[in-house]
Design a protein around this ligand. Structure first.
Ligand code: TRP
Ligand code: SF4
Length: 402
């Protein structure tokens, strides 16, 4: 059994619904790439989640899944640092989803804002389904099965992480009172060694008798440092601190993805549904063309009309791609009609191309060797399964199916 610390685990997923674009690179992938060095990361393709809305397009998955992982790899997600896998290759998610469904009140799912929103937005699809209602609970299972402490997501997903916390709490409340809990906790304390055991006991007493919250935090930090106890014992001791039962499932926190400043070609958020994207595999001539024909400040009809960068989507691209000198040059040149819009776009075009070129080269290599990508996925799925099985074992025992 491992002694992995949920505070070090990060999990996130993406649905394979199409080509990734610059919005994904700047909004999600750069964040993942940063996190992979600091945490024990699990990143996966949420193909079952895609099926909840795209159940009518079975042809969509095979190539989308592979291409999505190719994009991740090409952008620098490193399979040596993070486990990359496909949800449907880890069937433990489905079993946990089923078991959690037994204790999840219907009202909790009906109240998740994305449920009604998406049903309305995607009204051409029949989404009055059991699977679609269960979307956030499946997501909760994705997260809880790894006992992930942090879940990097955009603002639209925060409600799903909140639901996950509630489900974990309810599960622990119902099933956390194992027979012999007290004896097991005392045995676990001994396993930490004399010094740590004494510190833990003193902190616990200070918290329970004087409500000393600092002592509680110190005890929690102490538990996180322990190398020689199992994750089960650790959760038990977390529970014992506060007097409750064993914490079988860990409550995760959303790690809000810093909102990407990446605008689309029309100045709105870059998104496939607005048809304003530059995809990561866009041929570079198209990239140049798309940016050259982007709208600019509508007040600049002629070259001699001064403009206002704040009214121009190109200026937003400069925020992502240009240094201070270039931005100063744009600001002065635009407001004084000293530069033309095409001239102004040039540094952005060059920067986007410079960014995409190595990504596309890397993607090409992976495209030529799909077996390599498949083996990366197989290996990541294997690692994920090992971690998932451990949690599922504890869950089965807790619900009486051990
Ligand atoms: N629902 C997420 C989205 O649409 C994808 C997802 C599925 C996910 N399971 C997850 C994200 C678990 C984070 C953690 O973007
Ligand atoms: Fe936009 Fe640049 Fe043209 Fe000004 S000069 S309107 S910032 S493209």
């Amino acid at each position: 059994m491992s002694t992995v610390d949920s505070q070090k685990r990060v999990l996130s997923g993406m649905r394979p619904t199409g080509q990734l674009h610059l919005g994904h690179l700047h909004g999600v992938l750069k964040n993942w790439i940063r996190l992979q060095h600091e945490y024990d990361c699990f990143f996966f393709v949420a193909d079952w989640h895609a099926l909840t809305t795209h159940y009518g397009d079975p042809g969509l998955f095979e190539s989308n899944v592979l291409n999505m992982v190719i994009d991740w790899l090409a952008c620098g997600v490193n399979p040596g640092s993070a486990s990359l896998f496909v949800q449907s290759k880890v069937p433990e998610h489905a079993e946990l989803h089923l078991l959690l469904s037994m204790i999840t009140p219907l009202g909790w799912l009906e109240r998740v804002p994305s449920y009604k929103d998406q049903q309305e937005k995607l009204h051409e699809k029949e989404l009055d389904t059991y699977g679609f209602l269960g979307y956030p609970l499946l997501q909760a299972a994705d997260i809880l099965i790894y006992r992930a402490g942090y879940v990097p997501v955009g603002a639209d997903q925060v409600a799903h992480v909140e639901l996950t916390r509630e489900v974990a709490r309810r599960f622990n409340h119902i099933y956390g009172k194992e027979p012999g809990f007290e004896e097991n906790a005392l045995a676990a304390i001994k396993k930490m060694g004399k010094k740590a055991a004494r510190m833990y006991t003193n902190f616990r007493t200070a918290y329970q008798e004087q409500g000393d919250h600092e002592a509680l935090e110190k005890a929690q930090a102490l538990l996180r440092e322990q190398q020689n106890i199992t994750i089960g014992d650790r959760e038990r001791l977390f529970g014992y601190l506060e007097g409750g039962g064993k914490m079988i499932l860990a409550e995760p926190q959303a790690l809000l993805t810093p909102s990407s400043k990446m605008p689309g070609l029309d100045g709105q958020k870059m998104s496939k549904s607005y048809d304003n994207t530059i995809s990561l595999r866009e041929p570079l001539e198209h990239v140049a063309k798309k940016i050259s024909t982007m709208p600019t400040d509508p007040a600049r009809v002629r070259l001699t009309d001064p403009g206002d960068p704040d009214k121009c989507p190109v200026w937003q691209l400069h925020q992502t791609y240009s240094g201070e000198d270039t931005k100063k040059w744009v600001m002065e040149g635009c407001t004084s009609a000293g530069i033309g819009c095409l001239e102004c776009k040039r540094p952005v075009i060059d920067a986007v191309i410079a960014e995409l070129e190595p990504i596309q080269k890397a993607a090409e290599q992976y495209e030529k060797d799909p077996d390599l990508v498949r083996s990366i996925i197989a290996e990541g799925s294997e690692k994920a399964r090992e971690a998932a099985k451990e949690t599922l074992h504890d869950v089965r025992v807790a619900v009486g199916l051990g």
